[in-house]
Design a protein around this ligand. Sequence first.
Ligand SMILES: [Zn+2]
Length: 226
Amino acid sequence: MKTDNILYENIDGIGLDEIQEEYGTFSGKISNGRNTVSMNENEKISAIANHFEGIMRVLGLDLNDDSLKGTPRRVAKMFVKEAFSGLDEKNKPEITLFENKYQYNKMIVEKGITLFSYCEHHFVPIIGKAHVAYISKGKVIGLSKINRLVQYYSNRPQLQERLTVQIAEALKKAIGTEDVAVLVDAVHLCVASRGIKDTSSSTITANYSGKFINEETKNEFLVLIK
Ligand SMILES: [Zn+2]
């Protein structure tokens, strides 16, 4: 762990604690012991393509097949640039705040935000909706920025519980208020398409803080997102 500490501290002044808070269990290492944080996007894509090609070979797939030969690189690009782009700090959305000119001091709700993530246990999709609300303390956030924050934290191998908390914490920090509610309702393909094969259940996780801990405020939010 000592070496990790030193390496991480060299990255744009981000300390280990912050990295762990941001990435959870992400170790930033690949099998040859190289620290992936120092790799650029193209190096990551090449490394992942090699590994994925290995997986395909073990499965007995013909890498000379026209339809399959581009797959390792295609998958690697998708991992780095899309599906897991949220592991890279530089993709964190810039948050724009506006003055709350109308002194609107009720809750602002954005419901039904499309959410695509990946279960970190099986690497299969989590598909759902995020519902977010906050009460302004003087500043309001550009609405599409909430979608972008949801996307950023979703584009990682995730646990729904952690994802919910990360969205809430990022919003609190961005808007400068504790009065935030986040509810995620999602289907996990590891439950729907394999294992127990339950296609009708979904998982709900919620995080309430500040004024939303109050039953009345929480219920107002729950009624609004119905
Ligand atoms: Zn899973």
